[in-house]
Write a protein of this length. Structure first.
Length: 358
């Protein structure tokens, strides 16, 4: 995959994986000089993405992406800028990260869910200082009890065993081609987090203080990463990006962000899917198993959504699963029990549960 294959635009939004060569030979579009990074030795290729099929449905289902989605994802890739994706809950904001990773063969998506207690450091790394102290104490007691047989090599002196990089920290490792990082529901964050992210996104580097403190005696340290059984080598306690990650930040609009933060992001407002988009969603997950219920479900869902001031798309998937489960009779479209089930699972997202016109 390289820029020339799509006239400089790598992302198409079709959902189908693009052809790829060996990790070591794959190209990537060049970014602006002021957004280029020169991190250390290249990390091994990322693990394969194992969540996309569950979230998006099997690869290969046809999809017509909104033009703004394709336009802004490609701009974010070429400019090396985070993409802030806004929209109502359930419109598929988080799914965009998995769609990008699958289509561009970028491996496992790194996920960082944000809450009001989330800090920048928690996304970068964790240092188990208590675990290291306990391991040292256990070694010392073993030496005291059996000094002749206790192996000196068992001393847990390698601080890297007690450092694990978070999803943000792992994304900024010097990868040859970028990782996809999903920062989910960033609007739930503490007011300081957007400011803290500014310098990190500009510089593409961060320090791990426990490793900096031992860097003179142990300049090269192997640590754990956010990937299953993943490890990485860090030199002098500093992580410096090589390929800036594709950062997808989702927001439900629960808070406003500082102007300085917004200036450094691209913004995509994701609308509610129309009937065509809902049909593609059902086809991706259920193929042709719905039969005649396919169109009827979409029609009923759209009507119900209008009366309740909007429903989440995953509510339609819930109904489709029940429709294909064989537990309900709904051939005539007006079975009382089936309609009662639809009313129950397609409930209003408002706190009072009221419908428009009540």
């Amino acid at each position: 995959m390289n820029a020339q294959e799509t006239n400089g635009l790598p992302y198409r939004g079709s959902g189908a994986p693009r052809p790829q060569g060996p990790y070591e030979e794959r190209g990537w579009p060049e970014g602006p000089r002021w957004r280029s990074f020169d991190g250390g030795p290249v990390q091994p290729g990322p693990p394969d993405e194992d969540e996309a099929d569950r979230r998006l449905g099997p690869a290969g289902a046809p999809r017509t992406p909104p033009p703004d989605e394709v336009r802004l994802v490609n701009a974010a890739i070429l400019l090396r800028r985070p993409l802030l994706v806004t929209g109502r809950p359930g419109v598929g904001k988080s799914a965009l990260a998995f769609r990008i990773a699958r289509e561009l063969n970028l491996g496992r998506v790194l996920q960082w869910p944000v809450t009001s207690r989330t800090t920048l450091t928690s996304g970068l790394f964790e240092y188990d200082v208590i675990g290291r102290a306990q391991a040292g104490q256990a070694w010392y007691l073993a030496q005291q009890q059996q000094p002749a047989t206790a192996a000196a090599g068992e001393l847990p002196s390698d601080v890297g065993e007690f450092v694990q990089l978070g999803p943000l920290g792992t994304a900024l490792l010097p990868h040859r081609i970028p990782r996809v990082l999903l920062i989910d529901e960033i609007d739930k964050c503490d007011v300081d987090l957007p400011h803290d992210l500014l310098s990190l996104f500009e510089d593409g580097r961060y320090a791990v203080p426990p490793l900096v403190r031992v860097s003179k005696k142990q300049p090269l340290v192997t640590v754990h990463t956010a990937d299953p059984r993943g490890t990485a080598q860090i030199t002098d306690g500093i992580v410096h990006a090589r390929a800036f990650p594709i950062v997808i930040m989702t927001s439900n609009g629960e808070q406003e962000f500082p102007e300085a933060f917004l200036r450094r992001c691209l913004r995509l407002d994701m609308p509610d899917p129309d009937a065509e988009g809902l049909g593609e969603l059902l086809s991706a997950h259920f193929s042709d198993r719905l039969g005649d219920m396919h169109s009827k479900l979409i029609q009923d869902f759209t009507s119900r959504s209008e009366r309740t001031d909007g429903l989440a798309a995953d509510m339609l998937l819930n109904a489709a699963h029940l429709a294909t489960s064989g537990a309900y009779t709904h051939e005539d479209g007006d079975d009382a029990e089936w309609q009662a089930v639809l009313r129950a699972i397609w409930h209003s997202l408002k706190a009072d549960g009221a419908e428009i016109g009540d």
